[in-house]
Design a protein around this ligand. Structure first.
Ligand code: URP
Ligand code: ZN
Ligand code: ZN
Ligand code: ZN
Length: 486
């Protein structure tokens, strides 16, 4: 069974050209003029781009005494509706601390629910012999990235020596560490200070997590990664202090990647000062939204290449769950959504404004992510042999974002009222149409697959070669020139 996407303009990370795309089963067979297939999808007036990859989601994740309300079923369908064909979810060890059991649990939760493909990052939330051993099990299972929380003291947070040990293990295994960069000790003290001062509302969340605590942690993680000889990926980069650390490290030849979120690019700290408690609490996430100057810096980083990818950190809680933090902002479950709207909001605020070219849009929403996470060109590419994960993007279609019409099951949307231009006409996941605008598409639970990501041959190989060449060595001296010491 073949399909042809006809009459569109292909946009990839490096070029834009007019051609048809012929799909055979799950993969792209041919790209060219006047192609024919058993079925035709009309792409006249549309761009044909690699499906979005969201490198950072938390579906059904137990966190802060509750569980993120977006399910694998609703989350992957919302992704498809927004043009995203793969997401990388954070797998979190449970009470027993076992990585192996966490993977089994994530497989169990996801496999019968997912409409599009997924992959996992593994969280390292402590350090011992069995975690050291089980990291290999994870890599063998196709998980080549390990996340470390430098915040959430008393819960997920790890110490510097634990991070260093885990980063060295990553280097050995050909894996890459990820960090949530915030100084958790200082955040915990600032939280207590603001509570004691009588600041109990959501604004206290923003006050207790200033940009400096993020910048300090980003610098520290970069130093630890350098000492361990491993690349580093910093998730949800929200401020100039963290961006500056990444820029400086890259300029020094270190392999450090930075991931801003669509939320931080478009929403600012004034959201937390809203008089409506629910409104403000629904926007509580870590790091918090920042001011416009930080936002501008993030946009500039995307076009300059000092920041490489745009994610959502989709970790969505209902209003009822957010209300666990009434009277104490430290108990508001941290997290916001964005999985369904990432592409259209980025297109509208990035491409429509001229901050990003269409090719840069593809790079930061798909291709760069696939390369950094080592699934390119299976994902993130429009090339013969690649998975047919494709979005047929209608740059003229418009929508007003609203919880009332979204596919996500959350009762609000942090982008409520945003007018977006640019929406998927079709979303294809491995050749299947999983979303067709205006055609009453439904979730297809169970058709999505887990996509293993093999250990890195590069850039770890390049980095370790360079590290070996430049490692400190004992100086060879003529024994006659060494004093006897007697
Ligand atoms: O507030 C956030 N970001 N919640 C999700 C967990 C995390 O820190 O990534
Ligand atoms: Zn044409
Ligand atoms: Zn985080
Ligand atoms: Zn996250």
């Amino acid at each position: 069974m073949t399909k042809v996407i006809k009459g569109g303009t292909i946009v990839t990370a490096d070029r834009t050209y007019e051609a048809d795309v012929l799909i055979d089963g799950e993969t792209i067979l041919e790209i060219g003029e006047n192609l024919k297939g058993d079925e035709t999808l009309d792409a006249e007036g549309a761009y044909v781009m690699p499906g979005g990859i969201d490198p950072h989601t938390h579906l059904e994740m137990p966190f802060m005494g509750t569980t993120a309300a977006e399910t694998f079923e609703s989350g992957t369908f919302a992704a498809a509706a927004g043009g995203t064909t793969m997401l990388v979810d954070f797998c979190l060890p449970g009470e027993d601390g076992s990585i192996r059991n966490a993977i089994l649990e994530w497989d169990r939760k996801s496999k019968d629910q997912i409409s599009v493909d997924i992959s996992y990052h593994m969280a390292i939330t402590g350090w011992n012999e069995s975690i050291f051993e089980e990291m290999k099990f994870a890599v063998d299972r196709g998980i080549n990235t390990f996340k470390h929380f430098m915040a959430y003291k008393g819960a997920l947070m790890v110490q510097d020596d634990e991070m260093f040990a885990s980063f060295k293990r990553c280097a050995e295994l050909g894996a890459m560490p990820l960090v949530h960069a915030e100084n958790g000790d200082i955040v915990a003290e600032l939280q207590q200070k603001y509570l004691a001062d009588g600041v109990t509302g959501p604004e206290g969340h923003a006050y207790s997590r200033p940009p400096e605590v993020e910048g300090e942690a980003a610098n520290r993680a970069i130093m630890i990664a350098d000492a361990a000889g491993v690349p580093l990926y910093i998730v949800h980069v929200s401020c100039e202090q963290a961006h500056e650390a990444i820029r400086r490290a890259r300029q020094k030849g270190m392999r450090v990647y930075g991931e801003p979120l669509i939320q931080h690019l478009t929403l600012d700290e004034s959201e937390y000062f809203d008089k409506d408690w629910d409104y403000a609490a629904r926007r509580v996430m870590s790091p918090p939204f920042r001011n416009k100057e930080h936002q501008n810096g993030l946009w500039n980083g995307l076009s300059a290449g000092s920041l490489q990818v745009v994610a959502t950190d989709h970790c969505a809680f209902s209003t009822e769950q957010k209300r666990f933090g009434l009277g104490d902002f430290t108990k508001i479950p941290n997290g916001t959504g964005g999985i369904e709207d990432r592409l259209s909001v980025l297109w509208t605020h990035g491409v429509e404004t001229g901050r990003l070219t269409p090719e840069e849009f593809v790079a930061v929403t798909s291709t760069n992510i696939a390369k950094i996470l080592n699934v390119y060109p299976r994902k993130g590419a429009i090339l013969p042999g690649a998975d047919a994960d494709i979005v047929v993007w209608d740059p003229k279609a418009t929508r007003t974002i609203s919880a009332a019409t979204q596919k996500s099951i959350i009762d609000y949307n942090v982008f409520e009222g945003f007018e977006v231009t640019g929406l998927p006409r079709y979303t294809l996941s491995r050749g299947d149409v999983v979303w067709a605008a205006g055609q009453n598409s439904q979730p297809q639970p169970g058709r999505g697959k887990f996509i293993p990501r093999p250990a890195f041959p590069a850039p770890n190989k390049a980095l370790s070669t360079w590290k070996a060449l430049t490692a400190p060595r004992a100086i060879q001296r003529d024994p006659l020139n060494i004093p006897s010491g007697l």
